[in-house]
Ligand binder design. Structure first.
Ligand code: ATP
Length: 305
């Protein structure tokens, strides 16, 4: 019975995790169950990621033919770089992620991972190579330890505990009645948004895929949670190529490159200091955020401007 139950449970987890990560994924999976939106090329090969470089080359895309959402997007992420994507709501940030997973094919241009066009690789191997930290991680009515273990089912308790430490959850766990064995989820202890996101980070650290996409939670966090998440993200970014949809200033500041999107195009790119010196779109965004920050004492979402 357990043998049947675990895979179903796991499938449910994957489905819900994705749903948390990407908008409209639910609809898309329903679609995929009937008729896959994209299929493997007959001579598709396993994607072997050696360095984790990503290239978007003149990518055009629309969900419908009459409305182009991405209008010629080009950027490169070098291995182990951290790239933050910012921009107004609807600019196309999540769409970039969906295309990287190849939930849809580009209508023009190419997306390459380590120089391989993702349309030529086996989709399972593509998705294995990319980890997701969704905005709102799903927790099951199990212990924290088991919740983190979903990152890699065969990980030892020591490996799970190490991921928990790196995700800055250990202080939190120490205060719990039964430590890492404390039950969480709907019928257990409720975790805050920041704690949940750190569980997702711990799962991702356990999985250690070469490429990590991180959809930062839009909700405001207390400064302790914020520091914890930043430190945990730093752990991921040290070894993995990281793409972040960033909503908080603190995340953007240390990125190697910030891509500023507006209506399907990248309108500015560079490191935080360079973009401030350019005094353009990003600098205006930054000033507005600073004002909000001092008004509210907590940073709010970049995407809300
Ligand atoms: P936000 O910060 O609000 O999440 P975003 O920059 O991530 O926004 P996207 O989610 O990429 O923006 O959406 C870009 C545009 O594509 C929006 O106009 C959105 O309405 C549209 N869009 C997104 N998903 C779909 C879909 N499945 N079908 C049709 N249109 C879609």
């Amino acid at each position: 019975m357990m043998q049947i139950f675990i895979p179903l449970n796991f499938l449910g987890f994957v489905y819900r995790e994705m749903k948390g990560a990407l908008a409209n994924i639910e609809k898309m999976f329903a679609l995929l169950a009937v008729e896959p939106a994209v299929s493997d090329n007959p001579d598709a090969r396993e994607l072997e990621v050696r360095s984790g470089r990503i290239d978007f080359e003149e990518v055009h895309f629309g969900y419908r033919e009459d409305r182009e959402i991405l209008r010629g997007v080009s950027f490169s992420v070098a291995p182990r770089q951290k790239v933050a994507i910012v921009g107004a709501s609807g600019a196309g940030k999540s769409t970039l992620f969906k295309l990287l997973f190849r939930f849809y094919d580009v209508s023009d241009g190419r997306i390459l991972i380590d120089g391989r066009d993702i349309r030529e690789v086996d989709q399972q191997s593509l998705r294995r190579a990319i980890g997701v930290v969704p905005q709102d991680a799903v927790l099951f009515n199990q212990s924290i330890l088991e919740n983190v273990r979903y990152g890699r089912a065969n990980a030892s308790d020591e490996e799970v505990m190490e991921a928990i430490r790196h995700a800055q959850l250990d202080d939190f766990i120490r205060q719990l009645p039964e430590g890492a064995d404390t039950l969480v989820g709907e019928r257990g202890l409720k975790l805050s948004g920041g704690e949940k996101q750190r569980v997702a980070i711990a799962r991702a650290l356990l999985k250690r895929p070469p490429i990590m996409v991180f959809d930062e939670a839009t909700s405001s966090l207390d400064s302790r949670s914020e520091r914890g998440i930043l430190a945990a993200m730093g752990e991921i970014a040290r070894e993995q190529t990281t793409l972040v949809i960033a909503h908080r200033l603190s995340t953007v500041v240390d990125a190697d490159v910030i891509l500023v999107m507006d209506r399907g195009r990248i309108v500015e790119r560079g490191a935080h200091g360079e973009l401030l010196a350019r005094d353009g779109h990003y600098a205006a965004l930054w000033r507005m955020q600073q004002q909000e920050h001092s008004a509210e004492a907590l940073p709010s979402a970049v995407s809300s401007v």
